[in-house]
Design a protein around this ligand. Structure first.
Ligand code: PMP
Length: 468
């Protein structure tokens, strides 16, 4: 269930220099101490950092490995359950869990076994297996009555879902929410500037004016959604049920139902991207809250961490899509990738959906997340800071600003990057890993209460350093 947890909401000392209630000199001291502690504990990670001599562009194999708060990347030796060990032998309680890819723990036993068995029988052949059919049935059983396709990343699944929506409606644009993230989907890379939709300023190598492909609206503001729909240009509303990529912005009561009504009224399709909100419970936020999108997308952890994503069309939309698809000349449809729907994915999907993504595991995750959220909120309250905590099922986030937040602009204004980086690094040096992009923590079915309590204690200790 979703629940904003309240903490102190009144900034206290009148000092104008405070950042989210914290004195800058305290913040600088914490950041410096954490960097020193990190360096002292990781000689091998420092030695492995080749800088300009690295074979990788900017010395990392994926550019956002630079976004972590560590002075040099932490090289991982292994990860099991909810614990990660680096090459210097430091063990960390992992609450990042691959930013949801490993939300059910690292290498869940049934998934590892299914991958092992399939690996002996071929990795990819562009033909289905019997496991594919069983996985398809499990997808419908877990997520609802949709006609499924398999992709390799949630980015791809969203791109294909948007193609399907444009094919079905014959309209050009997608409506997304200011502050959203749906993967590196160009069509969704817009933001609001002075009420106008513009391309995101950070995009690299993007020369198209993305406002020709997308309209940005304001989350929790149905009037802004209706204004965009009224142009008649919108093929689909693409939304997360909870905005999880700019802090965590919960939907106001009736907002998601309102989106459904508006999409129907204006003949647009409604796409739920559940890639993060799969934390909500079995079947994602959609099923947990009895919602009915036209297209359902989920990736990351759906096959236990093996690169896999799925997108499904509601049966009536599937019929309309197939009519549009079959009316085209045969040839390149612009959808699909060679390695998608490979047998390894089906083996992992079947194992995850059948044995890992279970009501019992969700119950454990939710209970752990509630314990974590309550502990963090208590620490914030004890230090009288103007921060708050939100949790959505297994997903917990602390936000260094008062809450609740209502939309992307409020969420963007709530970020305190320097403070957040210092806290993240100070947590690492205390053996706790949280997500690098914002203050997100996931509780897996194998995360122990002891791990949760260690994170709460480390957070409390850091707040003490920052405030006393
Ligand atoms: N949708 C949402 C809501 C996401 O947060 C992300 C990634 N964080 C994606 C899609 C894209 O996932 P991937 O990077 O695995 O393609």
């Amino acid at each position: 269930m979703s629940s904003p947890m309240s903490a102190a909401t009144t900034p206290q000392p009148s000092d104008k220099n405070l950042v989210a209630g914290i004195r800058p000199d305290r913040l600088a001291a914490l950041a410096a101490r954490a960097a020193d502690d990190y360096r002292a504990a990781r000689p091998r990670c420092f030695a492995a950092d080749l800088g300009a001599g690295s074979p990788f562009l900017d010395a990392v194999p994926m550019h956002w490995m630079r976004d972590w708060p560590m002075p040099v990347p932490m090289l991982v030796a292994e990860a099991t359950g909810a614990t990660l060990t680096d090459i210097d032998g430091n063990r960390l309680d992992d609450f990042c869990l691959g930013d949801t890819g490993s939300m059910f723990g690292h290498s869940p036993a049934p998934v590892a076994e299914a991958i092992r068995a399939q690996a002996a029988r071929g990795l990819t052949y562009m033909l289905p297996t019997e496991a594919a059919q069983r996985a398809g049935n499990l997808l419908s059983h877990v997520f609802g009555d949709f006609k499924w396709q398999i992709a390799t990343t949630a980015t791809d699944a969203n791109r294909f879902a948007l193609r399907a929506a444009r094919a079905v409606t014959g309209r050009p644009k997608v409506l997304v929410f200011d502050g959203c993230y749906h993967g590196t989907v160009d069509d969704a890379m817009v933001t609001l500037e002075g009420g106008r939709t513009v391309s995101r300023p950070g995009l690299v190598g993007q020369i198209t004016d993305l406002s020709t492909l997308a309209s940005a609206a304001i989350f929790n503001d149905l009037a802004s959604v209706e204004a965009a729909l009224a142009t008649g240009e919108i093929a689909a509303i693409l939304t997360e049920p909870v905005m999880t990529n700019s802090c965590m912005v919960l939907p106001a009561p009736g907002f998601l139902e309102g989106l459904r009504d508006l999409a129907t009224r204006y003949d647009a399709l409604l796409i739920h991207d559940e890639t993060h909100t799969i934390s909500s419970g079995l079947g994602g936020y959609t099923r947990t809250h009895g919602l009915s999108p036209d297209i359902f997308v989920v990736g990351k952890c759906v096959a236990g961490g093996l690169p896999t994503a799925v997108w499904g069309l509601a049966p009536d939309v599937a019929e309309r899509f197939l009519r549009a698809y079959r009316a085209k000349p045969a040839g390149h449809s612009g959808m699909g990738t060679t390695l998608s729907a490979n047998p390894l994915q089906f083996a992992a999907l079947e194992a995850t959906l059948g044995q890992v993504m279970t009501p019992e595991n969700y119950a454990r995750m939710n209970a752990g997340a509630e314990r974590l959220a309550a502990g963090l909120a208590a620490a914030i309250a004890a230090h009288d800071l103007p921060w708050h905590v939100v949790n959505v099922g297994a997903r917990v986030e602390f936000i260094c600003a008062p809450g609740p937040l209502n939309n992307g602009a409020e969420a963007a204004a709530a970020h305190r990057p320097d403070l957040e980086r210092a806290i993240h690094l100070a947590l690492v040096t205390r053996g706790c890993l949280i997500a690098p992009f914002h203050n997100m923590m996931l509780v897996s079915p194998v995360t122990s209460d002891a791990q949760i309590d260690r994170l709460i204690a480390a957070f409390d200790e850091i707040l003490t350093e920052l405030t006393q």
